[in-house]
Write a protein that binds this ligand. Structure first.
Ligand code: DGL
Length: 270
């Protein structure tokens, strides 16, 4: 099976990392649209155009037969358009995150932190609402550049996160909710998981949408656990980026947790 994993950039490698642990017996094609990121600050029309061209690249030119949209913003704004444009199953991270929140919460009150575009789309509110949950969403746009800068344990990142969470908890107080679950609704936030856990009250549990998406894809596909095919050859991992391959290798290895070799540059137009 050829699984295509798509993200606006490097962050979706957190989803690939989780998929490799759960589903080693697949070939993976990862595509990061690094020339056109960030998606999280763009309009729906632009995100749809970029995401559809990226999905078509994976299916039409790389023969992916299953697509995982690792990018929360693309999943929130473009999932229907992607599904209409390619003839393969497409899984996004919003429904999988909402499923996990539903399974985890006891109070039925859930928090989501994500990019501005994801929050403005209210895709998480809609998905969680269908499952009977009440949701407060909080845009946290400064966290993506801080993670990309590698400032994981940096005091500036701790302070920015503390401010976002205190604003969010103020909203919780005003709305009279009792949340016990927070969904990390952006590819970059799993790298800050420990920071989130430090900044949140201990009663609030953190859900990593990368991890739960991998678990749900693994459950749906039921592939064997072997990392090699029947002929003993290792399953392949191919990487494509629309901007500097050197930067993709350098930043991407931080997200994947291992060195990345063999990134190919592609041009999807403007
Ligand atoms: N991949 C995006 C997301 O998960 C974050 C980076 C961006 O804004 O492009 O929403």
């Amino acid at each position: 099976m050829n699984i295509g994993v798509f993200d606006s950039g490097f962050g979706g490698l957190t989803v690939l990392r989780a998929l490799l642990e759960r589903l080693p017996a697949a070939d993976y094609i990862y595509m990061g649209d690094t020339a056109r990121l960030p998606y999280g600050a763009k309009s729906q029309a632009t995100v749809v155009r970029y995401a559809v061209s990226s999905a078509r690249f994976l299916v039409e030119r790389q023969q992916a037969d299953y697509l995982v949209i690792a990018c929360n913003t693309a999943s929130a704004l473009a999932l229907d358009a992607i599904r209409e444009s390619v003839p393969v199953p497409v899984v996004g991270v919003i429904d999988t995150g909402a499923n996990a929140a539903h399974a985890a919460t006891k109070t039925a009150d859930v928090l989501v932190m994500a990019t501005a575009a994801t929050v403005e789309s209210h895709a998480y509110s809609a998905a969680c609402g269908k499952r009977g949950l009440r949701v407060i969403e909080k845009a946290s746009p400064l966290l993506v550049p801080l993670v990309e800068e590698g400032w994981i344990e940096h005091p500036v990142t701790e302070e920015v996160l503390r401010i976002y969470i205190s604003e969010l908890l103020d909203e919780v107080g005003t709305a009279g909710l009792d949340p016990d679950t927070l969904v990390l609704g952006c590819t970059h936030y799993p790298l800050l998981r420990a920071n989130f856990e430090r900044a949140l009250p201990p009663s609030i549990r953190v859900i990593d949408s990368a991890e739960v998406t991998a678990a749900q894809v693994a459950a749906a596909l039921c592939l064997p656990q072997e990392a090699c095919g029947p002929d003993g050859t290792q399953h392949s991992r191919r990487f494509y980026a629309t901007d500097s391959v050197a930067k993709f290798r350098r930043l991407g290895s931080r997200f994947l947790g291992e060195p990345i070799n063999g990134v190919e540059l592609i041009d999807l137009g403007g």
